[in-house]
Design a protein around this ligand. Structure first.
Ligand SMILES: C[S@@+](CC[C@H](N)C(=O)[O-])C[C@H]1O[C@@H](n2cnc3c(N)ncnc32)[C@H](O)[C@@H]1O
Length: 245
């Protein structure tokens, strides 16, 4: 089965460079839901995410790399006061998420993009517009020659910070110890973000957060996940000059 040209042209992408799979098997039922929902809830390639992208204005929270949409659906149920933008490049993941979100009855407050998070943030999300960002178990790229493929990089941290509103948050999770340290080091070095556990710190696991597929996989393989929480502060813009007396 193929998706309509209209959907492929407006909402999906093959041309942008990403590391990791984009395509895979999508069932007939999932195709049907993608055709029904993507024109309504997907952010078209040329559009910007504005307040009127949603049915009603509310703080916008993004999840990057939502996988099968389990965490995103849970969040949308937990926070009826937020709107959401979920970004995931793997089409079968998008298809699973659309089904979950529809079944949970939260579609109205969720927008989806299958474009790479770097593009969405850079070209589609206005500065200082996000209330928060969740990044759960980003691809670890463990080989030394592949670390430049990791999502969290110095420039990406800068981009993230620029898209957050003041007081906005970034929460991350990973079950890979070297990636945990890498992310912490990169994000601790971004002057607009404050590590809420203190420099070099990790926060305890929030007992209310659902375990994602990759957290569960890590547990089965004997790895305990680590969690990071950053808040955007005024540090960079503070000139801190005292008034002359
Ligand atoms: C290891 S999986 C984790 C999935 C899920 N968050 C979890 O915890 O189970 C990483 C996900 O990030 C997605 N991904 C990788 N690069 C991406 C990018 N540039 N933009 C958006 N999603 C991306 C992958 O397709 C994959 O689904």
């Amino acid at each position: 089965m193929r998706l309509d040209r209209n959907i492929r042209d407006n909402f999906l992408q093959r041309e942008m460079r990403t590391y990791g799979r984009k395509n895979g098997y999508v069932t007939k039922g999932q195709h049907e839901r993608l055709h029904r929902w993507l024109p309504k809830i997907s952010l078209p390639k040329e559009a910007r995410l504005e307040a009127d992208s949603f049915a009603a204005p509310a703080p916008v929270v993004m999840e990057i790399g939502f996988g099968n949409g389990e965490f995103l659906t849970h969040l949308a149920g937990l926070h009826p006061e937020w709107n959401f933008i979920g970004v995931e490049i793997y089409l079968p993941g998008v298809a699973k998420a659309v089904a979950r979100l529809e079944d949970a009855g939260v579609m109205e407050r969720v927008r989806i993009s299958q474009l790479p998070a770097q593009y969405v943030l850079q070209a589609q999300v206005p500065e200082e517009s996000l209330h928060g960002v969740y990044i759960n178990h980003p691809d670890p790229w463990p080989k030394a020659r592949h670390v430049k493929r990791r999502l969290i990089q110095k420039d990406f941290a800068k981009l993230l910070a620029s898209r957050l509103e003041l007081g906005g948050f970034v929460e991350l999770a990973t079950d890979k110890p070297d990636l945990a340290e890498w992310m912490r080091e990169v994000l601790d070095a971004e002057p607009r973000l404050r590590n809420m556990a203190g420099p070099n710190g990790f926060i305890p696991r929030d007992p209310d957060r659902p375990a994602t597929k990759f957290e569960e996989r890590g547990e089965r393989e004997g790895r305990t996940s680590q969690f990071l929480h950053y808040v955007k502060g005024k540090f960079e813009s503070c000139r801190c000059t005292l008034p002359s007396v």
